[in-house]
Ligand binder design. Structure first.
Ligand SMILES: [Zn+2]
Length: 323
């Protein structure tokens, strides 16, 4: 199982024993499909949730986590923090799909209870339970990195989304993300139903969603393009300091969202633009009957435009660079 946790997960296999020790001495506990806790043999003061595959077709970060598990198990990577590895939407991963019924990353913080028929709802509940149990009694630092790849190209190939919280994020957080090869950071200003908002708001974890490039099928990813972020994760798992890059990510705040009220929703600017494409004041971005979204700041950039989402969901975010 530990030598290829991805293959094991995709086949939906169950281990003969639910817990054990790897050749490296790291103790492991299997908590269900795609859910694995790894604990070093010695005392730790940091606890890290690493998730990928919350969108089941975002394969590159899933392959990165598979390799980390393999190397932790065989001792190549000396684990010095407690880690919970989660393949988020494992059933959709097996099916080669982004999701089966509903976008899993809109179902956390209990939102799954509103959609009891959805194939994703029990999965959201199971992930919430696993994270809650992991952080319960976890003394020390708490992190959650949720790794994604985007459907479309981006002006900034790798960027992070920080969930809303009352306390502002300090410079150290931005330096940390820069060390993980992130060149842009997007701050949410409202609560949401994402996985990282759940970990941040419910479990006081320093949580970030990382968008690491473009979606490709399993085995088609050029993992060398993800070397810096994978190396950064290895350093964090080994409790080693990240290299100081001197780089600073560009910081953006969400200032609006495009709401899909009906099937008449139209992205006036087209639907093929890259993430972070900029539009000047006055540009009509979207319309839906009487609803219109036009740029009101000097410049706004569009992120995650997707007119195909279900009615009632957001079809894109509008962001402004922090001056
Ligand atoms: Zn995603």
């Amino acid at each position: 199982m530990l030598d290829d946790f991805l293959h094991f997960t995709l086949r939906n296999e169950t281990p003969e024993q639910a817990a054990g020790a790897a050749p490296s001495g790291v103790r492991w506990r299997w908590l269900g499909q795609g859910m694995l806790e790894l604990t070093p043999p010695h005392q730790v003061d940091a606890h890290m949730v690493l998730s990928a595959g919350v969108h089941g077709d975002e394969t590159a970060p899933i392959e990165i986590l598979r390799d980390l598990v393999t190397d932790i198990a065989n001792g190549t990577l000396p684990l010095a923090v407690r880690v919970l590895v989660l393949f988020g939407n494992a059933p959709a991963m097996s099916a080669g799909k982004r999701y089966l019924d509903d976008d899993l990353n809109r179902l956390f913080s209990g939102a799954h209870r509103e959609l009891p028929q959805s194939a994703e709802s029990p999965r959201a509940a199971a992930l919430e339970h696993a994270v809650a149990a992991f952080f319960d009694e976890a003394a020390g630092a708490r992190w959650h990195l949720d790794l994604h790849t985007a459907i479309r190209p981006s002006v900034f190939e790798r960027f992070a989304l920080l969930p809303h919280r009352d306390a502002a994020y300090g410079e150290a957080v931005f330096e940390w993300l820069a060390a993980l090869d992130i060149s842009a950071v997007l701050n949410h200003r409202e609560r949401s139903n994402t996985f990282t908002y759940f970990s941040s708001s419910q479990h006081n974890a320093l949580a970030a969603t990382l968008e690491l490039g473009k979606v490709m099928p399993f085995g088609m990813n050029d993992l060398t393009r993800f070397t810096k972020v994978a190396d950064g994760l290895r350093l964090m798992l080994a409790a080693s300091p990240l290299p100081a890059t001197g780089a600073k990510p560009r910081i953006f705040d969400v200032v609006g969202q495009l709401d899909k009220h009906s099937e008449r929703f139209v992205l006036v600017v087209g639907s093929q633009m890259a993430n972070f494409t900029a539009y000047p004041k006055g540009t009509l971005i979207a319309s839906d009957g009487d609803y219109q979204y036009a740029v009101t700041h000097e410049e706004e950039r569009i992120v995650f435009p997707n007119p195909k989402v279900k009615v009632g969901l957001r079809a894109g975010l509008m962001v402004v660079e922090r001056g």
